[in-house]
Structure formats: C-alpha cells, structure tokens
Design a binder for this molecule. Structure first.
Ligand code: DX5
Ligand code: ZN
Length: 220
C-alpha cells in the first residue's frame, strides 16, 4: 500500500512563530497543511480565523486542508476560500443544511470534505458521497489536540472505505485525532489514505519534523 498523505495540524505548532513553523513542516515533507478552525461554540476551544490563513498562505505551496469546527458555517466559506484554503471540511451537525454547504464550497472552486465525529455514523454520507472530495473520520472528539485515539473508529474507516469504493469516485479518506506511528498503521490498514497529526508532527522541534513525518508515513 502507498504511504499515506500526512497533514500536520498547526494547532500543535508554536503559535508565536507560525509562518516559520509552516515553512519548516513543509520542508520536512508535509503533504497538506491541516488548519483547525474552532469557534468556542460548536467545539469548546477558540483558534484561528481567515486572516491567519491568509497570512500563512505565502509560507507553503502545499494544499491548505481547512477543518471548520464552526456553527453556523456557511457565512465563513467565502472568507476561507479567499484566504487560500484548498480543501474545506465541515461537520454535518454544524448546519443548517450540509448538502447546501457542500454545494457552496464547490461553487467556490474548492474541494469539499465532510467530517464525521466519533458518534456520527458512516451512513450520514449516503446522500452526500456523490458530491464530496474528502471524508474526515474524527478519531477523537473535536476541540483539542493531544487526545487519545478512539479505537472503534477503525470500523468506521473500513465502512467509509467500502462506500468510497462503491461510489467509484476519487474521494480521500482522512483520519484526525490521536495519530502516532502505531495508530497511523491501523488507519491505513483500515483504508485511510491521509492522516492528520498535530502532536506527532510537531514534537521535538524543527530538527525532528522530517523524522516525525517519516515515522508517520511508515518509511523509517
Ligand atoms: C481536533 C483537531 C485535530 C487535532 C489533532 O479537534 O481536529 O486536528 O489538532 O491533534 P493530535 O494529532 O494531537 O491528536
Ligand atoms: Zn482537524
């Protein structure tokens, strides 16, 4: 099986040096830059907005994988698209009408992702799968980095992989939360092709980033 794409979450980067951190993780081999946007309402934490995404855009040529944990979300899509997002992922629970949200993301010329919380079933995708470019299986409850991987989400990854195969469409299957070298392998065995990793990407400082990413890809 091909090595998974690695999307380091900048939530675990040094926020006082964010541009440098994005450059360093890009040079170290990141495939995508994962940006966790939290609103203090849909999830119990506050992080960054479109102006930070815009400021970071010149620091990496890699796709910006923007994970919106924001409710309601539609009103912010245009701002994140303009700021330089390439993939925009939303939660169905963020409402009010997730199908409309997906259409809006694609109308902005961006790739659309659907995030499934640990308690959200795979069948939520039934009437969305023909319109999306990515599924993000949350292996922790959203809100914070550094949480433990919830093992029963592996069954969901397997189920989503089957749905993607059946659709015949090129849809990425990404997993987010508690990813380290061990859980990375469990996820790719279950059918994931992209992995978000915050803690495991940024641990040890910039000299360690290349080794961290290689370990997550399983190439060391
Ligand atoms: C959680 C975020 C994750 C998180 C991952 O709400 O969506 O992207 O930062 O962090 P780690 O890899 O530390 O579990
Ligand atoms: Zn995320």
């Amino acid at each position: 099986m091909a090595a998974p794409l690695i999307a380091p979450s900048i939530l675990s980067a040094d926020f006082a040096r964010l541009g440098e951190e994005v450059r360093a993780i890009t040079i170290a081999g990141a495939d995508w830059i994962h940006i966790d946007v939290m609103d203090g309402h849909f999830v119990p934490n506050l992080t960054i907005g479109p102006s930070v995404v815009k400021a970071l855009r010149p620091h990496s040529a890699k796709p910006f994988d923007v994970h919106l944990m924001v409710s309601p979300v539609d009103v912010y899509l245009e701002a994140f698209a303009a700021a330089g997002a390439d993939i925009i992922t939303v939660h169905p629970e963020a409402g009010p009408h997730v199908h409309r949200t997906v259409q809006a993301i694609r109308a902005l010329g961006k790739k659309a992702g659907i995030a499934l919380n640990p308690g959200t079933p795979a069948k939520t995708l039934d009437y969305l799968i023909d319109e999306i470019d990515l599924v993000l299986v949350m292996s922790v409850n959203p809100g914070f980095g550094g949480q433990s991987f919830i093992t029963n989400q592996l069954r969901k990854i397997e189920a989503v992989r089957k749905m993607i195969e059946k659709s015949g469409r090129a849809i990425h299957l990404e997993v987010d939360g508690g990813i380290d070298a061990v859980t990375a392998r469990l996820c790719t065995d279950a059918g994931a092709d992209a992995l978000v990793a915050g803690t495991a990407s940024f641990k040890g400082g910039p000299e360690q980033y290349a080794a961290n990413i290689a370990a997550l890809k399983g190439t060391v």
